[in-house]
Design a protein around this ligand. Structure first.
Ligand SMILES: Cc1cc2nc3c(=O)[nH]c(=O)nc-3n(C[C@H](O)[C@H](O)[C@H](O)COP(=O)(O)OP(=O)(O)OC[C@H]3O[C@@H](n4cnc5c(N)ncnc54)[C@H](O)[C@@H]3O)c2cc1C
Length: 374
């Protein structure tokens, strides 16, 4: 049976960032990734590296998001140098638009709460009025409904498919092995090593990391961990290409370097269902047209839905198994935004057993009913 220092189950953006980090440190690492039937959030997401609004009631997560955004410029440059792939990362800041006074008031409360909860007592995101927003987007006229919004200088965006490609090239160049079509059906911990069985054979490793997105829960149970995740559907629409006219990402609207507008930000709890909902598509398009009436002329050329991998509180889970030490579970809804953290801090934790500050906030024990009842 082939043996590796590390096996990672799941080759999405999370498993791949970890594999690249481990391979770069000189260890042998293999990714076992599922077959064509698997749900893959990494192939269907919006590509934001987003800080603003994240981490209400969870200051450790708000700080985690700040840190990753501060690491991203160097990270993107390093990926380019090491893999030759430009992930098209840009950090012009980001906007959230408010379409009426009640949305504005709600946004103010969120930003004030994040400021109150932050360790420094301030939160680097400001509410701005319509005029200021218009000045940031001179080439598109704001619709009459837009009354203001929030702006954070830390937000940015990238091409998520290019990110995944860069990570896969990086894994290969650092000596890692990517094994596609290898759905893991059984995991065992025996004599200080792990055995992962797929329909095509078994592999062993000294440590194992579960980064299997929607497939993580049953695998984690086999290694003594409770990792609850659930699907939440998001739809994305893509328009025909036009001249660049929006150079800042807006929560739910962005223009790619190639000129397409991508429209997102829908949330449906419909289980493992990736059907498009036409009424929702209409609502999403209307919201864009309300914000920027000029865009009403654009044709939508593509659309898809994809399933977010959500923990019960929406925050990442980073957990080592108590009963099978050396087995780890890693899952997060913000796998694109957090790629530098997963390739850096999470790999330090797994390889060197060094925990980042306040790391216990991300343990799956927070969902343990018996523990929280005390
Ligand atoms: C609509 C939408 C918009 C989003 N927008 C953003 C955004 O703007 N910014 C951001 O940071 N994040 C965003 N996300 C979230 C982001 O896409 C996810 O956090 C990230 O892709 C999760 O990566 P992953 O590797 O955990 O999961 P996945 O990409 O789902 O990969 C999991 C992998 O595990 C494999 N697998 C599963 N079971 C097994 C098994 N038994 N054996 C072997 N392999 C297995 C599958 O084959 C799959 O390849 C968005 C998500 C959605 C759905």
């Amino acid at each position: 049976m082939e043996h590796f220092d590390f096996i990672i189950v799941g080759g999405g953006v999370i498993g791949s960032a970890i594999a690249y980090g481990i391979g770069s440190r000189g260890y042998s690492v293999a990714i076992l990734d599922g077959g064509g039937e698997a749900y893959r959030a990494s192939l269907g997401n919006f590509g934001l590296v987003w800080v603003q609004g994240k981490g209400q009631g969870a200051p450790d997560y708000a700080e985690w998001c700040y840190e990753t955004a501060s690491l991203y410029p160097d990270y993107a440059q390093r990926l380019l140098e090491e893999t030759g792939v430009d992930i098209a990362y840009r950090k012009p800041g980001g906007l959230t638009l408010c379409h009426d006074e009640s949305e504005y008031d709600k946004r103010v409360k969120i930003i004030e709460r994040l400021a109150r909860e932050s360790r420094s007592g301030s939160y680097d995101c400001e509410m701005i009025d319509r005029q200021k927003i218009q000045a940031m987007i001179p080439q598109l006229s704001l619709g009459s409904k837009i009354c203001g919004g929030s702006y954070s200088p830390h937000d940015g965006y990238l091409n998520p498919l290019a990110l995944l490609k860069a990570l896969h090239i990086g894994i290969k160049r650092s000596g890692g092995t990517f094994l596609p079509g290898m759905t893991v059906v059984n995991l065992r911990h025996k004599n200080d090593s792990f055995i992962a069985t797929t329909s095509l054979g078994s592999y062993s490793s000294t440590k194992i990391i579960l980064a299997a997105g929607h497939g993580i829960t049953p695998l984690a149970t086999m290694l003594g961990m409770q990792i609850p995740v659930a699907p939440q559907q998001g739809q994305l629409l893509v328009t025909e290409r036009v001249q660049p006219c929006l150079s800042i990402p807006i929560s739910g609207i962005q223009q790619t370097l190639e000129g397409s507008f991508v429209v997102g930000l829908s949330h449906r709890n419909v289980g493992f269902n990736t059907d498009m909902d036409t009424a929702l598509m209409k609502q999403m398009s209307q919201r864009v047209v309300d914000a920027f009436p000029q865009l009403s002329r654009l044709r939508i050329v593509r659309g898809w839905s994809s399933l977010r991998v959500l923990s019960p509180d929406g925050l990442p889970i980073y957990q080592q198994s108590d009963s099978c030490p050396g087995a780890y579970a890693v899952t997060s809804h913000s796998g694109v935004s957090l790629a530098p953290m997963h390739q850096g801090h999470i790999v330090d934790w797994i390889v060197e057993d060094t925990e980042p500050n306040n790391f216990q906030a991300f343990s799956a024990r927070r969902f343990d009913v018996k523990e929280t009842a005390h």
